[in-house]
Design a protein around this ligand. Structure first.
Ligand code: SR1
Length: 325
């Protein structure tokens, strides 16, 4: 690939090799994240090797070792289980390979951590839930422990419950797999049948929200339930705005932007720049009402209405051409 005129080495000459090693690939968020990473790598003239995530910790370890053997200059680790990654990531660092982590706490000062502001994301979704429903309701909560973003969002859920004793968590469920939405739907159906007084579900991952919506529609209770989530995609927007949808608000970043920020952070490190330990991409709250009022039906429409949604100033430099979304 061609180099970038005026860029620091090695980007002036081109041919920089990067690897993106994911734990999860299924679902809109991860596909858009990957597309953003690919677009930013292309804009940088870098070769990006993507290793597909299959929720398999052993395979992700193996893929990191493969990336090391390919001679990449940086590895972006996207989600995963810290305990199964720290030694192979250390091997990469020992070979002079830069490492950037998205949504997995690798607890190493040499590794820049990218995250959405998960606390803010959960706070905005839950503030909307309190605004719409008051401070006393029976809730369903979708959570799987062990994923850094979900654990951070869970801290906020615990705080909101402690501050509002009228919120009663009547059921907790959730599964993360390559069929997250349908598997969560099965669990949601059982939970909603057993707790017909649940009126609010906090489902802070769009695949969770999709599953709960599916369950509510199948049970014929969509008009009695309100779902508050995280993440957004064109498919999500269409599910949110459809008539009678119980999915009323979501707090989200543009995952393509997060993918691009991850690549830029890796590029800056390769170019020898010192980065902050943590780089945060800020989310925005999007409600069903706003989407319907503005006639938004796609992510592209949303980016036109909220310019901040299609770009981030994080990990930028004058020599880095920004990927366009
Ligand atoms: C299983 S973790 C899923 C979350 O990862 C990203 O942070 C997305 O926001 C998604 O909600």
């Amino acid at each position: 690939a061609a180099g970038i005129s005026g860029a620091p080495a090695p980007f002036d000459k081109g041919g920089v090799k990067l690897a993106l090693v994911s734990y999860l690939s299924a679902g809109d968020f991860f596909q858009a994240y990957q597309a953003g990473a690919e677009a930013q790598a292309k804009a940088l003239g870098a070769d990006l090797r993507i290793f597909p995530g299959r929720q398999n910790a052993a395979e992700q370890r193996e893929q990191i070792l493969q990336a090391i053997n390919l001679g990449v200059q940086a590895i972006i680790v996207d989600h995963g289980l810290p305990e199964s990654l720290s030694d192979v990531v250390q091997q990469a660092l020992d070979k002079g390979i830069k490492v950037v982590a998205f949504d997995v706490n690798l607890n190493n000062p040499k590794i820049t951590q990218i995250e959405q502001s998960d606390h803010k994301l959960a706070e905005s979704a839950l503030n909307q839930a309190l605004k719409d429903n008051g401070a006393a309701f029976k809730a369903g909560y979708v959570y799987v422990a062990g994923f850094a973003p979900l654990d951070r969002r869970n801290e906020v859920w615990d705080k909101v419950k402690a501050a509002n004793p009228g919120i009663v968590e009547a059921a907790r469920f959730g599964v993360v797999s390559d069929t997250t939405a349908t598997s969560t739907a099965d669990q949601a159906k059982a939970a909603l049948r057993a707790n017909p007084d649940i009126s609010v579900v906090f489902a802070p991952y769009d695949e969770f929200a999709r599953g709960v919506k599916l369950a509510a529609v199948d049970l014929g209770i969509a008009d009695k339930l309100k779902i508050y989530s995280a993440d957004i995609s064109t498919a999500d927007i269409q599910e949110i705005v459809e008539p009678g949808s119980p999915w009323v608000a979501t707090a989200a970043t543009n995952p393509a932007v997060v993918g691009a920020v991850s690549i830029r952070a890796a590029a800056l490190q390769i170019a020898g720049e010192t980065l902050p330990q943590t780089i945060v991409v800020e989310p925005v709250l999007v409600t069903q009402q706003q989407l319907r009022d503005a006639g938004v039906t796609t992510i592209e429409d949303l980016a036109k209405k909220i310019p901040a949604f299609s770009t981030s100033a994080a990990a930028t430099a004058t020599w880095i051409p920004l990927a366009a979304f």
